[in-house]
Design a protein around this ligand. Structure first.
Ligand code: ZN
Length: 97
């Protein structure tokens, strides 16, 4: 399911785990982190110690806000979908709503 709000990608850098909006970019691409630092993308092995670094405070807060907006959008989408048994939308051929 695609969502209206882009995800984020965590990126260890200089002793902390930061994040940038969107999907993972190629190594060497320079990205702007949520905390406004510009750093080159690097890939770290999942078992690497970099993934145990503490999260950057700014990135942590902004990633949480993105997740909240995604949840809100998903909830709104479900609320506006017609469930089985709902009255059909107004279309030519249907009785006037
Ligand atoms: Zn950061």
């Amino acid at each position: 399911m695609s969502l209206d709000f882009p995800g984020h990608t965590w990126l260890p850098h200089d002793g902390r785990r930061h994040a940038y909006p969107g999907a993972k970019r190629s190594d060497g691409d320079v990205v702007t982190l949520f905390c406004r630092l510009s750093v080159p993308v690097a890939t770290y092995p999942l078992e690497g110690p970099e993934w145990l670094w503490p999260e950057c405070d700014v990135c942590h807060v902004l990633v949480g806000e993105c997740a909240t907006r995604r949840e809100w959008a998903a909830r709104e989408r479900r609320a506006t979908l017609h469930a089985y048994g709902d009255r059909p939308p107004c279309r030519e051929g249907y009785r006037r709503c």
